[in-house]
Design a protein around this ligand. Structure first.
Ligand code: FES
Length: 369
């Protein structure tokens, strides 16, 4: 299968982050600050991405506002002709900085929500005062007029707050909310027992989203990532491996998805050594699961194989130990029954403590100048 150009690129500018979320999807081994790409390298990568055909640039982390050169990076990305979306917790942004980002041409902001009350949000983010700061930033985003998506990350501890999260998105003037049930990759895998939703919560969330989509039609678009351990059909992860998007890690490694480093045999190329074009078309990691040649049964003979591409490679690796296996979420996987009973056990473990990404309880710092 010959590859088409990617549509989107996720630039993980840094793994540094003031929050300590127990569902952090960054890899277990974080890129250290001294290994991060510098401003010039990122600007070159943005130009290479645009030449390759990328249209949308998502700037994330860690917390991208931790980078002092964030405004310069937005300017460079806009000059390259990319649509820019900043994925942020809001910590590290203030009025002056948001105006500078607006002047630089930032197109869109995606604000994460750890909970709808200070108690919940600050506990989950491991960050005192984080919710209050986020609400100030949300008000400024509305005042300046940035198009906004609210990204509500949900799990067993806060799924009951889903209706309020949807209301908050409307109050903030968001055009879109992403209702994202935690996906268990990276650090989040350590917290499956503390965060796994119950089957009942997963069903309730399906119904709440369905109703809200109807009642808020024309007001708010709702993207929904369901609790997939409780599903019978896998998601078409990354739109299909090596088909739609690519990730550049803080140190310049180029990944087919944000969790790809959890697949131990893959070798990743680096933008410090190769062009993005060469990496996308010829890189061994991108070609490992592109198309369908790599598939085993039951995917190989399945009539859904071009729709879901066998689901998520990183989940197959994490649960089955084989990245070429059918995603165990799929009802046809021989591991599906075991996954569902595991999910049930995890979701009833009421004594599990949260394992934070780093020591919780940090206080809100001043934004980078
Ligand atoms: Fe890597 Fe799904 S998260 S393929």
């Amino acid at each position: 299968m010959s590859a088409r150009p990617p549509i989107a690129m996720l630039a993980e500018l840094t793994h540094r982050c003031p929050l300590s979320c127990p569902y952090c999807s960054n890899p277990l081994e974080l890129a250290r600050q001294e290994t991060e790409l510098g401003t010039d390298d990122w600007c070159r990568v943005f130009r290479e991405a645009a030449d390759l055909g990328v249209l949308q640039l998502h700037l994330s982390g860690g917390e991208p506002a931790t980078r002092r050169d964030l405004v310069d990076l937005i300017v460079a990305a806009r000059e390259a002709g990319l649509y820019t979306n900043l994925i942020t917790s809001g910590i590290g942004l203030n009025e002056r900085r948001l105006h500078a980002l607006d002047e630089a041409g930032l197109d869109h902001i995606q604000l994460s929500l750890q909970g709808t009350t200070p108690e919940m949000a600050d506990e989950i983010g491991g960050y005192k005062g984080g919710f209050a700061r986020k609400m100030q930033v949300a008000a400024l985003i509305k005042e300046i007029g940035f198009p906004l998506t609210l990204n509500a990350v949900l799990h067993r501890r806060n799924l009951h707050q889903l209706p309020r999260a949807i209301e908050m998105a409307v109050e903030m003037g968001a055009r879109r909310i992403e209702v994202a049930t935690v996906q268990f990759h990276g650090w989040a895998l350590k917290n499956r027992d503390a965060l796994m939703p119950t089957m009942e919560q997963a069903r309730d969330a399906d119904a709440i989203v369905k109703d809200a989509r109807k009642s808020l039609k024309g007001t708010l678009v709702i993207d929904y990532v369901p609790a997939d351990y409780h599903s019978d059909f896998p998601k078409r992860c990354m739109g299909g491996w090596g088909t739609t998007g690519l990730n550049v890690a803080p140190d310049g490694e180029v990944l087919p998805c944000h969790a790809a480093q959890s697949i131990p045999h893959l070798q990743f190329d680096n933008v410090r050594e190769k062009s993005l074009n060469d990496i996308w078309y010829n890189g061994s990691a991108f070609n490992a699961y592109r198309g369908t040649d790599w598939m085993q049964e039951p995917c190989r003979s399945c009539d859904m194989k071009l729709k879901d591409f066998g689901g998520c490679r990183c989940q197959a690796m994490a649960v089955v130990g084989d990245a070429a296996a059918t995603d165990p979420v799929c009802i046809k996987s021989p591991h599906h029954g075991a996954l569902q009973s595991q999910a049930d056990d995890f979701s009833h473990n009421d004594t599990a403590d949260l394992i934070y990404r780093s020591a919780p309880g940090k206080a809100v710092p001043e934004p980078a100048e």
